[in-house]
Ligand binder design. Structure first.
Ligand code: HEM
Length: 531
């Protein structure tokens, strides 16, 4: 996930042609017209233009050497490198959304700027997103801010690139198949019910923390069949410490080289990382011994699948070797971390939005009372109720429109790439932001209004998939998407059938773009029991 983009760019020509190709300069207040896809030169049935073959005289490189300068045509963008604009309200360290919003407002659907010598393209049009994630996905790898997560996650699904990624995804996929995750539905509702059974009417709750704990319990129980012990709950604390340093690493990548030094913040990071490893390693070694003692016992959870998996050999037969402990750890930790904070944030924002929008809140309650019963006849939701919980699903979707937990995504071009009428060099970063796209008036009229009916089947039918894309798309689309929908809908239904919440802080919450979009400060909600 990007925060500010950065990197050394040894692989790029220092006399980068993009600057020459750059013709349009920034004129404050002037907005480039929003061009149609055809006008941009993107054919929806596009098959990617072949990239020029690398010169046979050059040694093979991870990134092709860019061809002659005239081959590029950059979109409109900032005239000077980004640092020149430091001091402008839209350039603030750690607040990349401001920059993205500025680029979109000023230049329209595609623009670019240069940061530390790297060309960065920002797109805010579904056609470009499709080009990068699907049509020309082979010309991109994950961008480097995300690669930096390897310090924490190793070679897990999120950070790996092909061919490792493809193999890992095949191994993890069965744990996320629809039939498999349906077994988790009842557990989700009963965990949400048990968690909220401790709540008292009138109590004021830090809702973000409450939702983090809830989703941590859900992931631990469903995917890892683990007792939720205090050390599992402490994952939240350790992750917060690690994320703190991660944000620094994104801004100052050179810090990576100093991770072994006894600098206080880094020592804290190393300790947290070691504690996190110890928790996951203990889960793995207990499960390995259990599986050795009774090979016929199948707990059917993700951890067992990862341990029991065997790599395919080159001829696609199954090999002898499974994953070693480090590989299982990387994968387990990746899924654990990817799966709990995203859903927790989405739920926390949902409670906030409902508290501010009495109309949709009343409509949600009406649906829940009708499907689950009201008062003493009320029951917990089950998976079978999901098709009837239409409005609940729309509420969750609308919350992820306004506050998408994955607020932006990026890729690094490994070859020169055509995007519509533009041609960008290898080594360019391409970013798009769910936060900006989901709030663009051209795609969602009156975008700041919370209106769950935007997600009725009729309204969805007329919309490009990449206008609303909280789970990404293409080969790297979120593997946990069905799980997340199920968890979100069942948790909202379980809690909202019993509780209403009132936002108690004096100012509206401010979203903070970290790895996920979380509220900057704790969000305090007062609990009101529904009769
Ligand atoms: C509301 C909740 C969630 C949101 C918004 C979300 C969003 C995303 C997005 C946008 C990506 C693609 C990133 C990219 O292509 O650069 C992704 C990937 C991923 N997500 Fe989620 N996610 C959510 C929940 C989950 C859950 C519940 C799990 C697992 C239990 C999970 C596991 C993963 C993994 C492993 C990947 C990497 C997939 C790959 O590269 O093959 N996510 N997620």
């Amino acid at each position: 996930m990007p925060a500010t983009a950065e990197q050394d760019r040894a692989e790029l020509d220092p006399r980068h042609p993009a600057e020459d190709a750059h013709r349009q300069t920034e004129v404050p207040g002037q907005r480039t017209q929003h061009l149609s896809r055809r006008a941009q030169g993107i054919d929806p049935n596009h098959s990617p233009a072949p990239s020029p073959a690398p010169s046979p005289s050059k040694p093979p490189a991870a990134i092709d050497v860019p061809p002659a300068p005239s081959a590029y045509r950059m979109p409109p963008g900032l005239k000077y490198p980004l640092h020149v604009y430091l001091g402008k309200p839209w350039v603030k360290l750690g607040e990349p959304i401001r920059l993205f919003e500025h680029l979109h407002k000023t230049f329209g659907p595609i623009s670019w700027y240069k940061f530390l010598g790297t060309p960065i393209v920002f797109c805010n049009d579904p056609a470009y997103v499709r080009e990068v994630l699907i049509n020309q996905a082979g010309s991109f790898v994950k961008e480097r801010t995300l690669q930096r997560m390897k310090i924490l996650l190793g070679e897990g699904l999120i950070t790996s690139d092909d061919p490792i990624h493809m193999r890992q995804r095949r191994i993890a996929a069965p744990a996320f198949h629809r039939q498999r995750i349906s077994a988790y539905g009842d557990q989700i509702a009963s965990i949400a019910s048990a968690e909220s059974s401790h709540w008292q009417p009138g109590q004021i709750l830090d809702i973000n923390n409450g939702m983090l704990e809830l989703s941590l319990r859900i992931i631990a129980r469903t995917l890892f069949d683990a007792e939720v012990t205090p050390d599992i709950l402490s994952i939240n604390v350790e992750t917060n410490i690690i994320m703190g340093l991660y944000n620094f690493l994104v801004a100052f990548p050179m810090l990576e080289k100093f991770l072994h030094l006894p600098i206080p913040g880094i020592v804290k990071f190393r300790r947290s990382r070691a504690r996190l490893d110890a928790i996951v390693n203990r889960m793995i070694s207990e499960r390995r011994s259990e599986m050795r003692a009774d090979p016929t016992r199948d707990r059917g959870d993700l951890l067992s699948m990862l341990i029991a998996s065997r790599y395919e050999t080159d001829d696609h037969s199954v090999g002898e070797d499974g994953m070693n402990d480090t590989q299982v750890r990387d994968e387990a930790l990746t899924i654990f971390l990817a799966g709990y904070e995203t859903v927790a944030n989405a739920l926390a924002w949902t409670w906030y939005l409902l508290s501010q929008n009495p109309g949709p809140e009343a409509e949600l309650h009406a649906e829940l009372d009708q499907v689950l019963g009201a008062g003493p006849n009320r029951r917990l939701p089950t998976l079978a109720d999901m098709p009837s919980l239409r409005y609940t699903e729309q509420v969750f979707a609308e919350s992820m429109r306004l506050y998408p937990p994955a607020w932006a995504m990026g890729r690094l071009a490994t070859k020169p790439v055509n995007l519509g009428q533009y041609r960008i060099p290898a080594g360019s970063h391409v970013f798009f932001s769910q936060y900006v796209m989901h709030r663009s008036p051209e795609f969602f009229p009156d975008p700041l209004r919370f209106d769950p009916t935007r997600h009725t089947p009729e309204n969805k039918a007329g919309r490009d998939k990449f206008v609303f894309f909280p789970f990404g798309g293409g080969a790297r689309q979120c593997i946990g998407e069905s799980f997340a929908w199920m968890e979100g809908i069942l948790a909202i239904a379980t809690i909202a059938s019993r509780w209403r919440m009132q936002y108690k802080d004096p100012l509206p919450p401010v979203p903070q773009a970290r790895i996920t979009l979380r509220p900057t400060d704790p969000m305090h909600m007062q609990l009101l029991a529904r009769e």
